[in-house]
Ligand binder design. Structure first.
Ligand SMILES: C=C(O[C@@H]1C=C(C(=O)O)C=C[C@H]1O)C(=O)O
Length: 95
């Protein structure tokens, strides 16, 4: 049983890393920190995860808590990537 949990954790973290690379990419299309935050989109992602949870027999509360924390962390990460790009003069709308 724990072997299965460990296997799933390896897969989840691999998928989170892949997700992170796309979040990193998304920052290139943002013009300011408010666009990085994109609260409506973030909320839609959480809601979608809750619907998917219901469809898959997972508690929507677990999906909600997990996704709120995860998306918040990705936004913070993306804000960091964005701030670095601005500091380096590498903002795409200036190219
Ligand atoms: C990745 C994006 O930026 C932020 C991070 C999101 C996420 O991790 O799902 C969603 C919306 C934004 O808050 C995006 O706008 O798509």
């Amino acid at each position: 049983m724990r072997q299965n949990i460990d296997r799933i954790d390896r897969e989840l973290v691999r998928l989170m890393a892949e997700r992170g690379r796309y979040v990193h990419e998304a920052s290139r299309f943002k013009a300011n920190p408010a666009q990085v935050e994109a609260p409506e989109r973030a909320e839609a992602v959480v809601r979608k995860a809750m619907t998917l949870a219901e469809e898959n027999g997972l508690s929507p509360k677990i999906a909600e808590n997990t996704y709120r924390t995860m998306v918040r962390s990705f936004i913070d990460y993306e804000q960091g990537v964005f701030a670095k790009a601005v500091a380096a003069g590498q903002t795409p709308w200036k190219k």
